[in-house]
Design a binder for this molecule. Structure first.
Ligand code: CA
Length: 329
């Protein structure tokens, strides 16, 4: 791990609360010997499990950063048995520019794991998580939302894993997080994901999609805050009862869950997130806007289920995700 250029200004082994940075050297016209300073908080007391909790893996998703900058101001080491490592904005250059990907190298952090210490800026960040932070963790929570282009029903997710004992631990963590929806997922494209990196190390890993559209709402931020508080208790790092409300169990079992646009134009979604939908039901129309008088192209639900995700922007391009359908279990 010593060949990664990132250095931490915090001591991960020390008790107490430390606020600092992951310093990533980045020599530019504006700062010859400068560094990218990724904020990090480490809070610990005694011996116990470690929770690594992150937001801003994609830089235009805000529930995670809001909940985690907030947690960093509140966390008290006296309340802990074990350690919490908080990185509110993993891909910090992307977060600073309100983009999904890094403005420096175009890097989509969640497609670049395991990273490389001699790669691009984003690959160096991935490598540091892969070889320094993930190995320290027992529990890993990565808070996502839809970003500027997608919007989701608020859900916590665990993945279908080959190791069923590990999968059961992840499902227990998802249940403890207690988002309004709990989803078992098979990733449409697992290559390069932080999720897969954590799971392949045997960690208890959960993720979320808590909303989207390039903003955050009061209700979705509250879900993130409650979920992290619950997870700390579930892990045994904090004591006290979990705040539990009903959660709808869903699965996204196959490619049939996803509807992609085969046209470009103006998107008219005609069902609301959370609505039940029937197989064959019209979900959305895409209007050709090159001239008036053309019939829109309609997109239908490939399966019966719950309308779980949608394209957030008003305009849609060929190949964009129109809709995501989840199935109640
Ligand atoms: Ca995301």
């Amino acid at each position: 791990m010593s060949d990664n250029p990132i250095t931490a200004t915090v001591d991960f082994q020390k008790d107490g609360v430390q606020h600092g940075f992951l310093k990533l050297p980045h020599s530019t016209d504006a700062s010859a010997w400068g560094s990218i300073m990724i904020p990090i908080t480490v809070a610990g007391r005694g011996t116990g499990p470690t929770l690594l909790v992150t937001g801003g893996n994609h830089g235009d998703e805000y529930e995670g950063p809001i909940a985690l900058f907030d947690l960093a101001t509140r966390i008290d080491a006296d309340d802990l048995t074990g350690r919490v490592i908080i990185v509110p904005a993993m891909n910090y250059p992307a977060f600073q520019s309100a983009r999904r990907t890094s403005p420096i190298d175009g890097g989509n952090l969640n497609r670049l794991f395991p990273g490389t210490p001699r790669g691009t800026i984003t690959e160096k960040i991935a490598d540091y998580f892969q070889r320094t932070l993930l190995p320290m963790a027992d529990y890993v929570v990565d808070l996502h939302s839809g970003g500027r282009t997608l919007d989701f029903i608020p859900f916590c997710a665990a993945h279908v894993l080959a190791d069923k004992a590990q999968q059961a631990r992840c499902v227990a963590a998802m249940t403890a997080f207690n988002a309004p929806y709990s989803v078992m997922m098979i990733e449409p494209d697992g290559t390069g994901l932080y999720d897969s990196a954590a799971e392949e190390m045997g960690k208890v890993f959960i993720t979320t999609e808590l909303g989207g559209g390039g903003t955050a709402r009061a209700d979705t931020v509250a879900i993130a805050k409650k979920g992290i508080a619950n997870l700390m208790k579930h892990a045994g790092i904090r004591s006290g009862p979990l705040a539990q409300a009903p959660s709808v169990s869903l699965e996204m079992p196959e490619q049939d869950c996803f509807v992609q646009s085969e046209t470009a134009g103006l998107l008219e979604v005609i069902v609301a997130l959370g609505d039940p939908v029937q197989k064959g039901q019209t979900l959305a129309l895409v209007h050709d806007v090159t001239r008036t008088g053309l019939k829109p192209v309609s997109y239908h639900s490939p399966i019966s289920g719950i309308f779980a995700g949608r394209h957030a922007s008003g305009l849609i391009a060929l190949g964009d995700m129109v809709a995501v359908i989840a199935v109640e279990v």
